[in-house]
Design a protein. Structure first.
Ligand SMILES: [Zn+2]
Length: 461
């Protein structure tokens, strides 16, 4: 090596070392002062506090003044500082208007563009984390995490896994068993038959970026071939899904309606019950023993559901909806009598505008049924615990906790006008679903949205 080149290399290495040292010294800091902190867990706010962010983590939460001379200071003006919200059951890729339309007439571009817009909408509604319950692989997360598009932290399930004729079967009526579909080619949904298929597609899902698996045990109301009461999946098949998830240190979320379905799932080791409308105290006991969670879309209890065109205009769907509603009427009383850890779920399939309205309405129903304090815990720390079930090596965000304001947690933060623990409407609720006016891009009362230490919205000035 000639001398000039050698000197150049040495200078370059020295430069790299000093840049690294500087980066360590000069991590950007943001200091929130004059805020009341809801920590995601406790009803009592930490009054008149300061919160120091360093890089992408929360460094200090204190009622004493924090000395941080180089920090960007944000005077919270007595507003409430809360964790960013966590959605535990979305489908960012699925734009509707129906499963058959998506199967027949969409390309990967439709899904990707819709997913991009949904991700941005969710973040601006205050959700800094979204768990996807089927239909999204690793791509969307890569683009969000590299900062090229705006969106929440993202926990995809890759393809729904379900049996022939079950809730993940979007093929046309005459399509033979196992035939390739639009959904299967894009790994949005996979039909399985037997434990070998579950091993194959379950492992493929993790290979394609899933952070957990989604298994379809029950049927649906609008879907084509399945009674909602379906008990899909043998104990061996559900156990096979749990087996694959366990290989990856992760867990299974199961779409379960009937009590038998929930008990089958829990007995196999499923940790997240989705919908769980026939929930009762025996299910609660089993869940609490295991430390399992439930995620329920409360919009399913809305009487307006029977007026949805997709339901109303299909006699078979209408009959299913009426019988399901009758069975679900004990859900809320049972949940109050025998509480379990419940995550926030919207489960919207449809346009960005429609999902924006549905999210606001789902927020509203949480408050109607469970009050503001429980709703705040549900939409923050419980969701944070649920996504952390993905385990140390599949969790893409394992550096800090999510859904809480505490030292060492991720700096995912909202600054909200007023006190959402007393008046939940300030989180951006909407008291109408069908026929509601279009909603703003972001609720006015959410003044700051920070994710990973980066501010995406600030209307304080
Ligand atoms: Zn769903």
């Amino acid at each position: 090596m000639n001398r000039e080149l050698l000197v150049g290399v040495v200078v370059a290495i020295a430069g790299m070392i000093s840049t690294t040292a500087q980066a360590q010294e000069a991590m950007p800091q943001v200091l929130f002062t004059n805020v009341h902190v809801f920590d995601g867990v406790n009803e009592a706010r930490i009054e008149n506090a300061s919160v120091l962010i360093e890089g992408n983590l929360i460094k200090t939460v204190s009622t004493d003044a924090i000395d941080a001379p180089d920090a960007q200071v944000i005077d919270g003006g007595g507003r409430t500082l809360t964790p960013g919200f966590v959605e535990t059951h979305a489908h960012l890729m699925l734009m509707g208007p129906s499963l058959s339309a998506m199967e027949a007439n969409t390309t990967w571009e439709d899904f990707a563009i819709h997913g991009t817009k949904m991700a941005e909408m969710y973040l601006m509604q205050g959700f800094t984390t979204v768990r996807d319950a089927g239909g999204a692989n690793a791509g969307l997360r890569r683009w969000i995490d590299s900062g090229q598009i705006m969106g929440p932290r993202f926990y995809p399930s890759a393809a729904f896994v379900g049996t022939r004729g079950g809730h993940a079967d979007f093929a046309t009526f005459t399509s033979p068993p196992g035939a390739s579909t639009n959904f299967s080619r894009l790994n949005l949904s996979q039909e399985v038959s037997g434990v070998d298929d579950i091993y194959k597609y379950g492992r493929n899902n993790f290979r394609m970026g899933a952070t957990q698996l989604k298994f379809m045990q029950s049927g649906g109301v609008v879907s084509a071939f399945d009674p909602w009461q379906l008990l899909a999946g043998s104990p061996e098949e559900i156990e096979a899904a749990v087996q694959v998830a366990t290989e990856y240190g992760s867990y299974v979320m199961a779409h379960s309606y009937r009590k038998e379905a929930m008990m089958n799932a829990l007995n196999a080791g499923v940790m997240s019950i989705e919908h769980g409308f026939s929930f009762d105290c025996e299910v609660a006991e089993k869940m609490n023993e295991m430390g399992a969670y439930i995620s329920t879309n409360l919009t399913a209890f809305d009487p307006g559901l029977l007026d949805v065109p997709a339901v109303k205009n299909q006699p078979a769907s209408l009959a299913k909806a009426i019988s399901a509603s009758a069975t679900f009427e004990n859900y809320i009383p049972n949940m109050k009598k025998c509480p379990v850890k419940r995550g926030f779920q919207t489960d919207c399939v449809g346009s960005v505008e429609a999902c924006n309205i549905q999210i606001a309405y789902e927020k509203h129903l949480n408050n109607e049924f469970f009050g503001p304090v429980q709703s705040m815990v549900t939409i923050t720390s419980i969701g944070g615990e649920m996504v952390a079930l993905s385990g140390d090596f599949m969790n893409p965000y394992a550096e800090g906790k999510l859904g809480v304001i505490e030292e060492g947690a991720y700096a995912d933060i909202l600054l909200i006008d007023g006190n959402p623990l007393e008046d939940f409407s300030v989180v951006g609720t909407g008291d109408q679903w069908f026929g509601a006016d279009p909603r703003p891009d972001s609720p006015e009362t959410i003044r700051i949205i920070m994710k990973d230490g980066v501010i995406y919205k600030n209307t304080l000035n």
